[in-house]
Design a protein. Structure first.
Length: 304
């Protein structure tokens, strides 16, 4: 018997980053948006916990216990007091270390897949708690759609959204480390003299104009409201991303930003035709490894 779960990648349409907390995390106002570009995780009964992976970035996916999918299987089994027995196969389309929460998505998918394979019927509330233990972005991959994440991103509130938005993602060569990008954000704040601690940086809040654009299904208004407080840090570590962002805007994108901690760049298009055009232009621009048109919002991790 096997169970396959489809799970979306995310882009942050707003990523407001507060000061550095004593626990090493930052308080966020994080508006997550789930897109159709996703991974599939298949769970099959086996001895112990093992992993395999296919896809363009498969060589850079760890197949040991550091992988969030393996950690999710062990955490779920431990919660129920059972021995974990599963082989997890990850069919990977989400760029690795790309700022689209691909590892977190696989963790969320593994929770759902193992829950079904082992017949556990774990309540969603419990799965969300286990997901938050695995990482800040894992709960959102369970929920999908569009949601505001507070705290370190794990305290979720679903947001109303109308219709479908069309996106293009430009994948870079090589990833960026999320902790390194947060550290660079703190360093830039210190350098600018504003300070980087919780006392120095006001707690971020969701932008009302952005929430209104989502609720109205207005891509031009959403494009104007896109913000990412980690973008300056990602550009500081990877200056060439400025060329990618410019190429997408020149190709007709209504808005552009670095996705999460990067280096993937996200472009909002007016409609599906514009998205296809922008993806083609970006591929031809030589400023990224690949570009893909997609859409959202889509649901969170679901058995196929
Ligand atoms: O929660 P997760 O393991 O995904 O976080 C990875 C790293 O990203 C953290 O160790 C921390 O350095 C940084 N981070 C942060 N503030 C957040 C989320 C992540 O500083 N809200």
């Amino acid at each position: 018997m096997s169970v396959t779960v489809r799970v979306p990648a995310k882009v942050n349409v707003q990523l407001g980053v507060g000061g550095l907390r004593a626990d090493g995390f930052h308080d966020l106002a994080n508006v997550f948006f789930a897109v159709a570009l996703g991974d599939e995780v298949t769970a099959e009964a086996a001895e112990g916990v093992s992993l395999s992976c296919t896809g363009p970035d498969a060589a850079s996916v760890p197949l040991d216990d550091s992988n969030l999918a393996a950690r999710a299987a062990r955490l779920l089994a431990a919660h129920h007091g059972i021995e974990p027995g599963v082989h997890l196969h990850i069919a990977k389309s989400i760029p690795v270390a790309g700022g689209m929460a691909g590892g977190s998505a696989d963790g969320a998918a593994a929770l759902v897949a193992c829950d079904a394979l082992w017949g556990l019927d774990t309540p969603l509330e419990t799965l969300l708690e286990l997901a938050a233990e695995l990482g800040s972005d894992v709960p959102f991959a369970l929920v999908g759609g569009v949601a505001l994440g507070r705290g370190r991103g794990e305290l979720l509130e679903r947001l109303p959204v109308t219709g479908t938005f069309h996106w293009v993602f430009a994948v870079a060569d090589g990833g960026l480390s999320t902790p390194a990008v947060f550290r660079e954000c703190d360093r830039l704040r210190e350098e600018a003299g504003t300070g980087s601690s919780e006392a120095d940086v006001p707690t971020p809040d969701a932008d009302p104009a952005l929430l209104a654009a989502l609720a109205a299904g207005d891509p031009v208004a959403l494009a104007a409201a896109l913000t990412n407080d980690l973008q300056a840090a990602a550009l500081s570590l990877r200056p060439a991303l400025a060329d990618t962002l410019r190429a997408g805007i020149e190709a007709g994108a209504a808005g552009a930003l670095v996705s999460g901690s990067g280096p993937t760049c996200a472009f909002l298009a007016k409609d599906a035709d514009a998205a296809a055009e922008i993806a083609k232009s970006l591929e031809e621009s030589g400023t990224c490894r690949a570009a893909q048109a997609t859409y959202g919002p889509v649901p969170g991790a679901q058995v196929r």
